[in-house]
Design a protein around this ligand. Structure first.
Ligand code: GDP
Ligand code: ZN
Length: 345
Protein backbone atom coordinates (compact mmCIF):
# COMPACT_ATOMS: atom_id res chain seq x y z
CA UNK A 1 0.00 0.00 0.00
CA UNK A 2 1.52 3.38 -0.87
CA UNK A 3 2.28 5.84 1.88
CA UNK A 4 0.08 8.78 2.55
CA UNK A 5 1.53 11.75 0.78
CA UNK A 6 0.94 14.57 -1.59
CA UNK A 7 -1.43 13.86 -4.37
CA UNK A 8 0.21 13.30 -7.72
CA UNK A 9 0.51 16.54 -9.62
CA UNK A 10 -0.62 16.79 -13.17
CA UNK A 11 1.22 18.77 -15.74
CA UNK A 12 -1.38 21.29 -16.87
CA UNK A 13 0.78 22.48 -19.74
CA UNK A 14 -1.17 22.67 -22.95
CA UNK A 15 -0.53 20.01 -25.55
CA UNK A 16 -2.11 19.71 -28.92
CA UNK A 17 -5.66 18.53 -28.48
CA UNK A 18 -5.23 15.52 -30.73
CA UNK A 19 -2.00 14.14 -29.29
CA UNK A 20 -2.33 10.43 -28.61
CA UNK A 21 -0.75 10.79 -25.15
CA UNK A 22 -4.21 11.58 -23.83
CA UNK A 23 -4.83 7.92 -23.21
CA UNK A 24 -8.33 8.10 -21.81
CA UNK A 25 -9.68 10.20 -24.59
CA UNK A 26 -8.04 8.38 -27.43
CA UNK A 27 -9.79 5.24 -26.26
CA UNK A 28 -13.20 6.83 -26.47
CA UNK A 29 -13.22 8.81 -29.65
CA UNK A 30 -15.40 6.47 -31.65
CA UNK A 31 -18.35 5.41 -29.45
CA UNK A 32 -21.80 6.68 -30.26
CA UNK A 33 -20.93 7.99 -33.70
CA UNK A 34 -18.85 10.96 -32.63
CA UNK A 35 -17.37 12.74 -35.58
CA UNK A 36 -13.62 13.27 -35.61
CA UNK A 37 -12.64 16.91 -35.81
CA UNK A 38 -11.13 17.00 -39.24
CA UNK A 39 -12.04 18.36 -42.62
CA UNK A 40 -13.30 21.73 -41.33
CA UNK A 41 -10.34 22.75 -39.14
CA UNK A 42 -7.11 23.77 -40.81
CA UNK A 43 -3.68 24.46 -39.36
CA UNK A 44 -2.44 26.34 -42.39
CA UNK A 45 -4.88 29.27 -42.49
CA UNK A 46 -3.88 32.66 -41.16
CA UNK A 47 -6.76 33.77 -38.97
CA UNK A 48 -7.53 37.49 -38.75
CA UNK A 49 -10.52 37.43 -36.39
CA UNK A 50 -11.76 35.87 -33.17
CA UNK A 51 -15.15 34.26 -32.78
CA UNK A 52 -17.20 35.99 -30.08
CA UNK A 53 -20.37 33.93 -30.29
CA UNK A 54 -22.05 31.76 -32.90
CA UNK A 55 -25.53 33.01 -33.72
CA UNK A 56 -27.55 30.53 -35.76
CA UNK A 57 -26.25 30.62 -39.31
CA UNK A 58 -24.36 33.82 -38.51
CA UNK A 59 -21.62 34.63 -36.02
CA UNK A 60 -20.39 37.58 -34.00
CA UNK A 61 -16.67 38.06 -34.56
CA UNK A 62 -14.03 40.44 -33.34
CA UNK A 63 -12.48 41.73 -36.56
CA UNK A 64 -10.34 44.79 -37.24
CA UNK A 65 -10.90 45.98 -33.68
CA UNK A 66 -14.67 45.81 -33.87
CA UNK A 67 -17.36 43.33 -33.12
CA UNK A 68 -19.50 42.53 -36.13
CA UNK A 69 -22.16 40.08 -37.19
CA UNK A 70 -21.01 37.97 -40.17
CA UNK A 71 -22.33 35.40 -42.54
CA UNK A 72 -20.63 32.03 -42.24
CA UNK A 73 -19.47 29.68 -45.03
CA UNK A 74 -21.84 26.77 -45.55
CA UNK A 75 -19.00 24.34 -44.86
CA UNK A 76 -18.84 25.71 -41.29
CA UNK A 77 -22.51 25.22 -40.57
CA UNK A 78 -23.78 21.95 -39.23
CA UNK A 79 -26.76 21.67 -36.95
CA UNK A 80 -25.38 18.46 -35.50
CA UNK A 81 -22.06 19.79 -34.28
CA UNK A 82 -20.48 22.93 -32.88
CA UNK A 83 -18.07 23.80 -35.64
CA UNK A 84 -17.76 27.35 -34.34
CA UNK A 85 -17.46 28.30 -30.67
CA UNK A 86 -16.37 31.40 -28.77
CA UNK A 87 -12.58 31.63 -28.96
CA UNK A 88 -12.26 30.05 -32.40
CA UNK A 89 -9.67 31.73 -34.61
CA UNK A 90 -11.27 32.44 -37.97
CA UNK A 91 -10.46 33.91 -41.34
CA UNK A 92 -12.83 36.73 -42.28
CA UNK A 93 -12.98 38.11 -45.81
CA UNK A 94 -15.18 40.64 -47.50
CA UNK A 95 -17.79 39.24 -49.82
CA UNK A 96 -19.90 41.79 -51.68
CA UNK A 97 -18.51 44.27 -49.18
CA UNK A 98 -19.84 42.33 -46.19
CA UNK A 99 -17.66 40.40 -43.74
CA UNK A 100 -17.84 36.67 -44.17
CA UNK A 101 -16.35 33.85 -42.05
CA UNK A 102 -14.51 31.71 -44.56
CA UNK A 103 -12.42 29.27 -42.52
CA UNK A 104 -11.55 28.23 -38.98
CA UNK A 105 -8.21 27.24 -37.57
CA UNK A 106 -7.46 23.94 -35.89
CA UNK A 107 -8.27 24.27 -32.17
CA UNK A 108 -5.56 23.90 -29.62
CA UNK A 109 -8.08 23.00 -26.91
CA UNK A 110 -11.76 23.26 -26.03
CA UNK A 111 -14.36 22.88 -23.32
CA UNK A 112 -17.47 20.90 -24.09
CA UNK A 113 -20.49 19.21 -22.62
CA UNK A 114 -23.33 17.10 -23.96
CA UNK A 115 -26.02 19.04 -25.81
CA UNK A 116 -29.26 18.79 -23.91
CA UNK A 117 -31.26 15.69 -24.74
CA UNK A 118 -28.94 14.76 -27.60
CA UNK A 119 -26.03 12.46 -27.96
CA UNK A 120 -23.68 15.05 -29.35
CA UNK A 121 -20.95 17.33 -28.17
CA UNK A 122 -21.59 20.99 -27.50
CA UNK A 123 -18.35 22.96 -27.50
CA UNK A 124 -18.82 26.09 -25.43
CA UNK A 125 -15.31 27.56 -25.68
CA UNK A 126 -12.21 27.00 -27.80
CA UNK A 127 -8.51 28.00 -27.62
CA UNK A 128 -8.71 28.89 -23.96
CA UNK A 129 -5.77 29.81 -21.77
CA UNK A 130 -7.51 29.31 -18.45
CA UNK A 131 -10.69 27.58 -17.25
CA UNK A 132 -11.77 29.43 -14.11
CA UNK A 133 -14.28 27.68 -11.90
CA UNK A 134 -15.83 29.98 -9.34
CA UNK A 135 -17.22 28.59 -6.08
CA UNK A 136 -18.56 30.46 -3.07
CA UNK A 137 -17.07 29.87 0.36
CA UNK A 138 -20.65 30.29 1.67
CA UNK A 139 -24.06 31.55 0.49
CA UNK A 140 -24.63 29.38 -1.45
CA UNK A 141 -22.83 26.66 0.52
CA UNK A 142 -19.44 25.51 -0.77
CA UNK A 143 -20.10 22.99 -3.54
CA UNK A 144 -17.04 20.94 -4.53
CA UNK A 145 -19.12 18.82 -6.92
CA UNK A 146 -19.18 21.53 -9.56
CA UNK A 147 -15.42 22.08 -9.19
CA UNK A 148 -14.67 18.38 -9.55
CA UNK A 149 -16.74 18.12 -12.73
CA UNK A 150 -15.17 21.21 -14.17
CA UNK A 151 -11.66 19.95 -13.46
CA UNK A 152 -12.52 16.83 -15.44
CA UNK A 153 -13.92 18.88 -18.35
CA UNK A 154 -10.68 20.90 -18.29
CA UNK A 155 -8.56 17.75 -18.44
CA UNK A 156 -10.64 16.27 -21.25
CA UNK A 157 -10.34 19.51 -23.23
CA UNK A 158 -6.69 20.05 -22.33
CA UNK A 159 -7.20 23.42 -20.64
CA UNK A 160 -5.37 24.73 -17.58
CA UNK A 161 -7.84 25.15 -14.70
CA UNK A 162 -7.98 27.68 -11.86
CA UNK A 163 -10.26 27.53 -8.84
CA UNK A 164 -11.57 30.87 -7.59
CA UNK A 165 -13.06 30.73 -4.11
CA UNK A 166 -15.22 33.82 -3.84
CA UNK A 167 -17.06 35.35 -0.83
CA UNK A 168 -14.04 34.58 1.33
CA UNK A 169 -15.21 37.48 3.54
CA UNK A 170 -18.07 35.27 4.79
CA UNK A 171 -15.88 32.60 6.41
CA UNK A 172 -13.03 32.57 8.89
CA UNK A 173 -11.36 29.55 7.29
CA UNK A 174 -11.38 28.24 3.74
CA UNK A 175 -12.96 24.78 3.20
CA UNK A 176 -10.25 22.07 3.67
CA UNK A 177 -10.97 20.70 0.17
CA UNK A 178 -9.19 23.68 -1.37
CA UNK A 179 -5.82 22.33 -0.24
CA UNK A 180 -6.55 19.15 -2.19
CA UNK A 181 -6.79 21.13 -5.37
CA UNK A 182 -3.52 22.90 -4.65
CA UNK A 183 -1.90 19.52 -4.03
CA UNK A 184 -3.18 18.43 -7.44
CA UNK A 185 -1.29 21.33 -8.97
CA UNK A 186 -4.35 23.52 -9.52
CA UNK A 187 -3.98 27.19 -8.74
CA UNK A 188 -6.50 28.48 -6.17
CA UNK A 189 -7.28 32.19 -5.72
CA UNK A 190 -9.44 33.37 -2.82
CA UNK A 191 -11.46 36.49 -3.59
CA UNK A 192 -14.01 38.81 -2.10
CA UNK A 193 -16.00 41.25 -4.18
CA UNK A 194 -17.12 42.87 -0.93
CA UNK A 195 -13.70 43.93 0.35
CA UNK A 196 -11.61 43.44 -2.81
CA UNK A 197 -9.36 40.72 -1.42
CA UNK A 198 -7.66 38.59 -4.07
CA UNK A 199 -9.09 40.51 -7.04
CA UNK A 200 -5.69 41.84 -8.09
CA UNK A 201 -4.21 38.34 -7.92
CA UNK A 202 -7.07 37.12 -10.09
CA UNK A 203 -6.59 40.03 -12.48
CA UNK A 204 -2.92 39.05 -12.89
CA UNK A 205 -3.95 35.50 -13.79
CA UNK A 206 -6.42 36.75 -16.41
CA UNK A 207 -4.46 39.57 -18.02
CA UNK A 208 -3.53 38.99 -21.65
CA UNK A 209 -5.37 35.69 -21.77
CA UNK A 210 -8.68 34.19 -22.83
CA UNK A 211 -10.42 32.60 -19.87
CA UNK A 212 -13.69 30.83 -19.32
CA UNK A 213 -15.63 31.65 -16.18
CA UNK A 214 -18.09 29.08 -14.86
CA UNK A 215 -19.77 28.30 -11.58
CA UNK A 216 -23.15 27.75 -9.99
CA UNK A 217 -25.57 30.61 -10.02
CA UNK A 218 -25.10 33.06 -7.15
CA UNK A 219 -21.41 32.35 -6.50
CA UNK A 220 -20.47 35.83 -7.72
CA UNK A 221 -19.37 35.51 -11.36
CA UNK A 222 -21.08 38.73 -12.46
CA UNK A 223 -19.76 40.54 -9.40
CA UNK A 224 -16.21 39.44 -10.23
CA UNK A 225 -16.50 40.55 -13.87
CA UNK A 226 -17.98 43.90 -12.81
CA UNK A 227 -15.26 44.36 -10.20
CA UNK A 228 -12.59 43.72 -12.86
CA UNK A 229 -14.26 46.15 -15.26
CA UNK A 230 -17.29 48.18 -14.19
CA UNK A 231 -18.08 49.01 -17.82
CA UNK A 232 -18.95 45.39 -18.46
CA UNK A 233 -22.52 45.53 -17.12
CA UNK A 234 -23.32 48.39 -19.42
CA UNK A 235 -21.74 46.76 -22.44
CA UNK A 236 -23.59 43.48 -22.02
CA UNK A 237 -26.88 45.30 -21.67
CA UNK A 238 -26.21 47.27 -24.83
CA UNK A 239 -25.31 44.15 -26.77
CA UNK A 240 -28.41 42.26 -25.74
CA UNK A 241 -30.60 45.24 -26.64
CA UNK A 242 -28.96 45.83 -30.01
CA UNK A 243 -29.23 42.19 -31.09
CA UNK A 244 -32.61 41.67 -29.45
CA UNK A 245 -31.59 38.22 -28.54
CA UNK A 246 -33.89 38.13 -25.54
CA UNK A 247 -33.78 34.68 -23.97
CA UNK A 248 -30.76 33.60 -25.98
CA UNK A 249 -28.47 36.05 -24.23
CA UNK A 250 -28.91 34.10 -21.02
CA UNK A 251 -27.91 30.73 -22.44
CA UNK A 252 -25.32 31.18 -25.21
CA UNK A 253 -21.67 31.37 -24.25
CA UNK A 254 -20.00 34.53 -25.41
CA UNK A 255 -16.64 36.26 -25.24
CA UNK A 256 -16.29 39.65 -23.57
CA UNK A 257 -13.36 42.01 -23.67
CA UNK A 258 -12.62 43.63 -20.34
CA UNK A 259 -10.29 46.49 -19.59
CA UNK A 260 -6.58 45.65 -19.44
CA UNK A 261 -6.40 42.84 -22.02
CA UNK A 262 -8.71 40.43 -20.24
CA UNK A 263 -10.94 38.27 -22.41
CA UNK A 264 -13.58 36.21 -20.72
CA UNK A 265 -15.93 33.64 -22.15
CA UNK A 266 -19.04 33.71 -20.04
CA UNK A 267 -21.13 30.54 -19.89
CA UNK A 268 -24.39 31.64 -18.31
CA UNK A 269 -26.50 28.66 -19.38
CA UNK A 270 -24.52 26.07 -17.47
CA UNK A 271 -26.16 25.28 -14.17
CA UNK A 272 -24.94 21.74 -13.96
CA UNK A 273 -22.01 20.77 -16.10
CA UNK A 274 -22.62 17.52 -17.95
CA UNK A 275 -19.44 15.77 -19.02
CA UNK A 276 -18.74 14.95 -22.64
CA UNK A 277 -16.04 12.53 -23.70
CA UNK A 278 -15.90 10.62 -20.41
CA UNK A 279 -17.17 7.06 -20.16
CA UNK A 280 -17.92 5.63 -16.70
CA UNK A 281 -15.18 2.98 -16.95
CA UNK A 282 -12.55 5.69 -17.42
CA UNK A 283 -13.72 8.12 -14.79
CA UNK A 284 -11.03 7.08 -12.29
CA UNK A 285 -8.39 8.17 -14.79
CA UNK A 286 -9.43 11.75 -14.01
CA UNK A 287 -9.04 11.23 -10.27
CA UNK A 288 -5.27 11.01 -10.36
CA UNK A 289 -4.98 10.58 -6.63
CA UNK A 290 -6.81 7.22 -6.89
CA UNK A 291 -4.24 5.72 -9.23
CA UNK A 292 -1.68 4.61 -6.66
CA UNK A 293 -4.40 2.69 -4.84
CA UNK A 294 -6.51 1.36 -7.71
CA UNK A 295 -3.57 -0.71 -8.91
CA UNK A 296 -4.09 -2.85 -5.80
CA UNK A 297 -7.82 -3.45 -6.26
CA UNK A 298 -8.59 -7.17 -6.56
CA UNK A 299 -10.35 -6.71 -9.91
CA UNK A 300 -8.52 -5.04 -12.72
CA UNK A 301 -11.74 -3.39 -13.94
CA UNK A 302 -12.84 -2.43 -10.40
CA UNK A 303 -15.35 0.43 -10.44
CA UNK A 304 -14.55 1.27 -6.78
CA UNK A 305 -18.26 1.24 -6.01
CA UNK A 306 -19.36 -2.19 -4.74
CA UNK A 307 -16.50 -4.64 -5.33
CA UNK A 308 -14.83 -6.59 -2.50
CA UNK A 309 -11.15 -5.88 -1.82
CA UNK A 310 -11.28 -2.46 -3.41
CA UNK A 311 -8.10 -0.63 -2.43
CA UNK A 312 -9.65 2.75 -3.21
CA UNK A 313 -12.52 2.20 -0.76
CA UNK A 314 -10.07 0.92 1.85
CA UNK A 315 -7.90 4.01 1.36
CA UNK A 316 -10.94 6.25 1.91
CA UNK A 317 -11.85 4.38 5.08
CA UNK A 318 -8.28 4.68 6.33
CA UNK A 319 -8.29 8.40 5.48
CA UNK A 320 -5.52 8.04 2.98
CA UNK A 321 -7.78 9.37 0.25
CA UNK A 322 -10.13 12.31 0.85
CA UNK A 323 -13.71 11.19 1.34
CA UNK A 324 -15.10 14.30 -0.38
CA UNK A 325 -13.31 13.44 -3.63
CA UNK A 326 -14.46 9.83 -3.42
CA UNK A 327 -18.05 10.99 -2.92
CA UNK A 328 -17.68 13.26 -5.93
CA UNK A 329 -16.42 10.28 -7.90
CA UNK A 330 -19.49 8.24 -6.89
CA UNK A 331 -21.89 11.06 -7.78
CA UNK A 332 -20.30 11.69 -11.16
CA UNK A 333 -20.14 7.98 -11.87
CA UNK A 334 -23.88 7.69 -11.14
CA UNK A 335 -24.74 10.51 -13.51
CA UNK A 336 -22.48 9.08 -16.22
CA UNK A 337 -24.21 5.74 -15.81
CA UNK A 338 -27.53 7.52 -16.25
CA UNK A 339 -26.18 9.04 -19.45
CA UNK A 340 -25.21 12.31 -17.79
CA UNK A 341 -28.12 14.46 -18.84
CA UNK A 342 -27.50 18.19 -18.19
CA UNK A 343 -30.34 20.39 -17.01
CA UNK A 344 -29.86 23.24 -19.43
CA UNK A 345 -28.50 23.94 -22.86
P1 GDP B 1 -23.55 35.01 -10.28
O1 GDP B 1 -24.92 34.41 -10.37
O2 GDP B 1 -22.51 33.96 -10.12
O3 GDP B 1 -23.25 35.96 -11.39
O4 GDP B 1 -23.53 35.83 -8.89
P2 GDP B 1 -23.67 37.40 -8.61
O5 GDP B 1 -22.46 38.14 -9.04
O6 GDP B 1 -24.97 37.86 -9.15
O7 GDP B 1 -23.70 37.45 -7.00
C1 GDP B 1 -24.72 36.83 -6.23
C2 GDP B 1 -24.84 37.55 -4.90
O8 GDP B 1 -23.65 37.37 -4.15
C3 GDP B 1 -25.05 39.06 -5.04
O9 GDP B 1 -25.98 39.46 -4.05
C4 GDP B 1 -23.67 39.63 -4.75
O10 GDP B 1 -23.73 40.94 -4.19
C5 GDP B 1 -23.12 38.65 -3.73
N1 GDP B 1 -21.66 38.56 -3.75
C6 GDP B 1 -20.86 38.45 -4.84
N2 GDP B 1 -19.59 38.38 -4.47
C7 GDP B 1 -19.55 38.45 -3.15
C8 GDP B 1 -18.48 38.41 -2.18
O11 GDP B 1 -17.29 38.29 -2.47
N3 GDP B 1 -18.84 38.47 -0.85
C9 GDP B 1 -20.13 38.57 -0.46
N4 GDP B 1 -20.38 38.63 0.85
N5 GDP B 1 -21.15 38.62 -1.35
C10 GDP B 1 -20.87 38.56 -2.67
ZN1 ZN C 1 -11.46 -0.50 -6.53
Amino acid sequence: MPKRGRTRKRNWGVQDIDTPTRVANSRQETPSGRTPEDRVYFSDIEPNALLVSPYGSLAFVLWEGQECLCRVADSLLDRKRSILAPGDEVLVERLEDKPFVKAVRHRRNKLSRPAIGQNREKVFAANIDLAVVVAAAAKPYFNPGFIDRYLIAAQVGNVEPLVCLNKIDLVSQEPPQLQLYRDMGVRVVNTSCTNGDGLEELRDCLTGRISVLAGNSGVGKSSIINALDPRHELVTREISESTQRGQHTTTASRMYELRGGIRIIDTPGIRQLGLWGVVPEELDFYFHEFTDFSKSCRFRNCTHTHEPSCAVKTAVEEEMLPRARYESYLRIRRTLDENDRPTSD
